[in-house]
Design a protein around this ligand. Sequence first.
Ligand SMILES: [Zn+2]
Length: 316
Amino acid sequence: MMKIFSNLFSSDKTKEKDKIKTKTKVKNKNKNRKRYAILDLEEAHAKELEKYKIKLIDNIEEDDWVKCPGCNEMSHRIDITRNIKKCPSCDYYFNMSAKERLELLIDEGTFIEEDKTYTSANPLNFPDYIEKNQKAIKKAGMREGVISGLGKIFGLEVSIACMDFNFMGGSMGSVVGEKISATFERAIEHGVPAVIVAISGGARMQEGLFSLMQMAKTSAAAKKMKNAGLPFISVPVNPTTGGVTASFAMLGDIIISEPNARIGFAGPRVIEQTIRQKLPENFQKSEFLKEFGMVDIISKREDLKKTIYRVLNKIV
Ligand SMILES: [Zn+2]
């Protein structure tokens, strides 16, 4: 059995050769970039963050109040947004859309979106899937549950993808799987690191087995990154569950998450019912996972971009 598994990834000679080929093909685009000194970085980041907050507030209606699921306090959406989508009273992290996330992480004006035209088919003729998909397109303002492309983090070029929970719970169907795999392939083509922000309820039920196949596909693409000697930073945020956790989201060379983020496979209630044991209170939370080595770094949202940059700056 072990032999079969070890043959799945690059152990025979032809694959070894491929590996060497990819390695020589990759040109490192980031070699001659400008590097930030620590103080310059702090200053540049603080300026960016201020600009970002103002930009987000621009399209909020005056009478927009939100109840915080963390502390039940009512807060105005402007105050939450000014706080980078965190509750002003208890620091509860509200979800960010893929676009907001990209704006938070990528230098202004550097993002080039790729794979824009992909949309889902209905391979299993699942009832109401097309209608649900259309609704999600309208609600989330995007064609599928992930945005992918190339951009810069403090001048460092990366291949990036950000998932969006507003699009069918951030579920991974064929298109999401394809775009995640393309993110890795683009990283290899350009010789740059890959950064993927995952937020997902898991595999997309409506595409059945085709969704599950994306787990193998994205994992194989992540392995190609490794063969090419390029870093992959995985950023699973609250919540990342099911088939996304069980595939690429846990395969990052460095896994960076936000405070109090739930990352797991099955929900805690299901696990408790199955093993008939009480689970620890912070079970599946990023802090708990860090204790056991599943998450490497927990970064506050306002520091996330800096954290990713610092990690990449050390290894690229
Ligand atoms: Zn709160």
